[in-house]
Write a protein that binds this ligand. Structure first.
Ligand SMILES: NC(=O)c1ccc[n+]([C@@H]2O[C@H](COP(=O)([O-])OP(=O)(O)OC[C@H]3O[C@@H](n4cnc5c(N)ncnc54)[C@H](OP(=O)(O)O)[C@@H]3O)[C@@H](O)[C@H]2O)c1
Length: 165
């Protein structure tokens, strides 16, 4: 059986997700949320997102897969797939995989995804990387948590879970 495909992303009001190879904000709560959603699971990322990880270290307590056509070999702690079909072959025995970005990878996986773990940051950010347009008609909101009192940031954000209808 094919694994369930879940996308996990934090996106601004204007769909911005990154700039200069980095995230646009530091929201500790969101990092915790990301950890809670993905711990013990398999995460799949593009080459640029791998480069953006602190120290380019694999995320602990998770199976880490990079998709890249340019890397010669898998860095320690990671597995390497040179294409999306090859990544899907690698993870075929998983029950669920978490697509963790970035823009190019989200673009190719959105139509295949079953679940979206979407952190919506209620502010516009200047960016060079965006999440693709989501047709929310195709999705049903199943979980929502609104955070409007985080002293770390001056805007609110929401943790949403969407399931494909
Ligand atoms: N806000 C969020 O939740 C979030 C999450 C993750 C990342 N980000 C941000 O997003 C930005 C990075 O996104 P990005 O779009 O630049 O890059 P990316 O999607 O992380 O990686 C793109 C690279 O992945 C490889 N790739 C993509 N599709 C492929 C395919 N079909 N076959 C083989 N290789 C493929 C290519 O690497 P090769 O050139 O090596 O082949 C490509 O250059 C950063 O700013 C990061 O901080 C934000």
């Amino acid at each position: 059986m094919k694994p369930k495909i879940s996308i996990v992303v934090a996106m601004a009001k204007n769909r911005a997700i990154g700039k200069n190879g980095q995230l646009l904000w530091h929201i500790s709560n969101d990092l915790k949320h990301f950890k809670k959603v993905t711990s013990g699971k398999c995460v799949v990322m593009g080459h640029n997102t791998y480069v953006s990880l602190p120290g380019q270290k694999a995320l602990p307590n998770r199976r880490n897969v990079i998709i890249s056509d340019r890397l010669d070999s898998a860095p320690e702690g990671f597995e390497l797939a040179t294409s999306i079909p090859k990544a899907m072959e690698l993870v075929q025995n998983e029950t669920e995989i978490f697509i963790m970005g970035g823009g190019m990878i989200y673009e190719q996986f959105l139509s295949k995804a079953d679940t979206l773990y979407l952190t919506r940051v209620e502010k516009e950010f200047e960016a060079d990387t965006y999440f693709p347009i989501i047709n929310f008609e195709e999705w049903e909101l199943t979980e929502l948590e609104v955070i409007d009192d985080d002293p770390q940031v001056d805007y609110s954000y929401r943790f949403e879970t969407w399931e494909r209808k």
